[in-house]
Write a protein that binds this ligand. Structure first.
Ligand SMILES: [Zn+2]
Length: 385
């Protein structure tokens, strides 16, 4: 049976004039289920037939999540779609992922093993007296553990292996994992000790490390993340000039401080100075998260990208169309030598339209495109918790 809130959403969308097909596509249930609710054959709170298949919006959602987080575990993804209303079993979900070839390539590869046997020079320190590194290194928010330890080693003219030698074995196990956010039950009891050892070694605080490094993340705020590299201007301010791999909340696409589009991992960033509406859209997405879960926003964002008009309807609206923005981005980022057909340009260019449409998808009753932007923002503000 559908959760009460979902059943009510069906009724709301129906009253707003949505077709059965549109609601079914939007919410990921069968048209028959939607019809049963709209016709009153099924009422909220009463068991309904269970759709077993992963519908297109859910499949798109899964594809998107695997693309932005290649280490995402299917188990975690299953929990995300359940929260969005998928009511199939876990076995059904896995079967559908396989059937639709949604597992990313190489997903089941075994973890890369760090070779720890080649320790030639041991870090010398008196027994019972934990060493402290001369140069402290501040972690970047969302930084992967291996990146932080590597920077720490470099700053102190050591190798990663040498740094690992003076840390509890927790670290060697952790960095040999492809995904350092995975909290293996065998490692959890030793996490607090490991945290304090690293804080001591680096002369930082456990709180600061926990806040910055997802490897210590005990909170679930890192539930929906994507892999990217930290804003290069943010890191340059700290004297770091190499890319810093980070895991950021999935909706976090823009460094609003510097106006930088944070592309997915291994792709170049874009300068957004010439397109401030993209930065504004990031603020809007942040506001939407006060009322909706990251999963709901991601699903709506995915659905929105499919309904954005590919071309301007008339020459008069060209300056307002995202293709105009696309051209501006390509021109202003020309010096980065990114191929002009690279997806990141499109992703960034359509972002304001996608967030605008996503807001409407999430709350169709309150969404009225005729209103001015300012009024829409105020209406969102009224519903702040
Ligand atoms: Zn920045």
């Amino acid at each position: 049976m559908l959760p009460q809130e979902r059943a009510e959403k069906i009724l709301t969308l129906g009253q707003a004039g949505w077709s059965v097909r549109a609601i079914a596509d939007q919410l990921g249930h069968s048209p028959q289920t939607i019809r049963d609710y709209l016709n009153g054959r099924t009422t909220p709170g009463v068991p309904a037939p269970r759709p077993s298949l992963l519908t297109s919006p859910f499949a798109d959602y899964c594809r998107q999540r695997f693309a932005e987080d290649s280490n995402l575990r299917p188990k975690a993804l299953f929990n995300e779609v359940i929260e969005l209303g998928f009511s199939g079993s876990r076995a059904t979900f896995y079967r559908e992922l396989r059937r639709r070839l949604l597992f990313p390539p190489g997903h089941r590869q075994s973890p890369t093993q760090q070779d720890l046997s080649g320790t030639s020079r041991l870090f010398v320190h008196a027994p019972g007296h934990a060493p402290v590194l001369p140069r402290p290194v501040v972690p970047i928010t969302g930084e992967t553990l291996i990146s932080y330890l590597t920077r720490l080693a470099l700053a102190n003219h050591l190798t990663l292996t040498e740094v690992l030698t003076v840390l509890p074995s927790w670290f060697a196990t952790k960095v040999s994992n492809r995904d350092d956010r995975a909290q293996h039950h065998m490692l959890i009891p030793a996490t607090a000790g490991a945290l304090h050892a690293l804080a001591h070694l680096t002369r930082t605080t456990p709180v600061g490390l926990t806040h910055a490094l997802p490897a210590f993340g005990i909170t679930d705020t890192y539930g929906l993340v994507r892999a990217t590299t930290a804003c290069h201007r943010c890191t340059a301010r700290r004297g770091i000039h190499q890319p810093v791999p980070v895991h950021l909340p999935a909706h976090h696409k823009v460094c609003t401080r510097h106006g930088i589009w944070l592309s997915d991992a291994d792709h170049p960033h874009l300068d957004l100075a010439a397109c401030p509406e993209i930065i504004t859209a990031q603020y809007r997405a942040n506001r939407l998260l006060r009322r909706y879960t990251p999963q709901q926003l991601t699903l709506a964002h995915q659905a929105a990208t499919r309904i954005i008009p590919p071309w301007p309807a008339s020459p008069a609206v060209i300056p307002l169309h995202w293709r105009h923005r696309l051209l501006t981005l390509q021109t202003t980022n020309h010096h980065r030598a990114i191929p002009t057909d690279h997806d990141i340009y499109t992703d960034a260019a359509i972002y304001p339209d996608a967030i605008e449409l996503a807001a409407g998808i999430l709350n169709p009753a309150a969404h009225n495109p005729a209103r001015s932007n300012g009024e829409t923002l105020r209406s969102e503000g009224r519903h702040q918790p």
